[in-house]
Design a protein around this ligand. Structure first.
Ligand code: ATR
Length: 271
């Protein structure tokens, strides 16, 4: 029987996950069916239970349910515990396991797809919400020289940096404290793009040859990328690669088979 998987979100209509996982299944010969499921804002847990009853083997979770998914799980992988959020659910007879593949997906995209070295480099991570939290552990595991976590609300960045202090050299601050600092890698993990905005950054925060990376993606550039280009940055990337890599990691968790991501990413980039 075909194994069933899905992604839960609200909204979920434009999710690329079904297309990504269908391509992975085709490529690896795994017999799975993967669909997008809209969960009511106040009905996430019920939607998950219903999917399990109807034979679901696992699920991805996207906005706004990642924290609720964390609370729903019977057990968590270490990286889900570190992120405090779950984007991958594994259903078994003994309960629900929660995992988080977002941070791994980000690092995989940065290092393998984009050829960026994190080890020994200066990294600026913008934002202090769920997206930033999920990225912190895997980024620090790459051993950057310094990771500065900067947020519009400084206190949130300071608290989050404090939480990860044992994992590596991380400092939290407000955006205005960045004057005079230079970074080899600047990652936008804020949700500013959703409102068509860009976190205000000093133009000289990009070191020569720096990569500007937006964890968001959309049709064409997200607002963060033209702002970086205007600051003289020539290496730019959106979060589509991260999306494909976090999906590949989830596929591996479920099926024990690692799909090749490059052709899938190329297909998604086609207009
Ligand atoms: P997510 O789970 O996507 O990270 P979130 O938890 O709501 O979403 O966090 C959104 C992040 O984007 C926060 O760090 C927020 O800054 P504040 O903590 O000051 O609210 C940041 N953010 C949202 N809009 C922004 C904007 N216009 N400029 C700068 N930062 C913004």
């Amino acid at each position: 029987m075909t194994d069933r998987y899905c992604v839960f979100g609200n909204p979920i209509g434009h999710s690329k996950s079904p297309a990504i996982h269908s391509r992975f299944a085709q490529q690896t010969g795994e017999d799975i069916f993967y669909e997008a499921r809209l969960a009511p804002i106040d009905g996430f847990a019920a939607a998950v239970r219903d999917f399990i009853v109807h034979g679901g083997r696992g699920a991805n979770v996207t906005v706004p349910f990642k924290e609720e998914a964390f609370r729903l799980c019977d057990r968590h992988t270490p990286r889900a515990l570190q992120a405090g959020a779950v984007n991958t659910l594994i259903f078994a007879s003994n309960g629900i396991t929660g995992d988080n593949t977002d941070g791994t997906g980000l690092v995989q995209d940065l290092t393998t797809n984009l050829g960026t070295v994190i080890t020994g480099r200066r990294v600026l991570l913008l934002g202090a919400g769920g997206a930033a939290r999920g990225a912190l552990g895997p980024l620090l595991a790459e051993k950057p020289a310094l990771l500065v976590l900067a947020n519009r609300t400084a206190a949130k960045a300071e608290a989050l940096a404090e939480h990860f202090a044992a994992d590596g050299p991380v400092e939290g601050c407000g955006l205005t404290a960045l004057a005079g600092c230079h970074f080899d890698l600047v990652i936008n993990a804020t949700s500013a793009s959703l409102g068509g905005e860009v976190p205000p950054l000093p133009a000289d925060c990009y070191a020569p040859g720096a990569l500007a990376y937006d964890m968001m993606y959309g049709q064409g550039d997200t607002p963060f990328l033209p702002a970086a280009r205007a600051a003289g940055v020539t290496r730019l990337a959106d979060g589509l690669g991260m999306l494909v890599e976090q999906a590949a990691e989830a596929f591996f968790v479920w099926r024990g088979v690692r799909p090749v991501t490059q052709p899938v990413l190329e297909a998604l980039r086609q207009p």
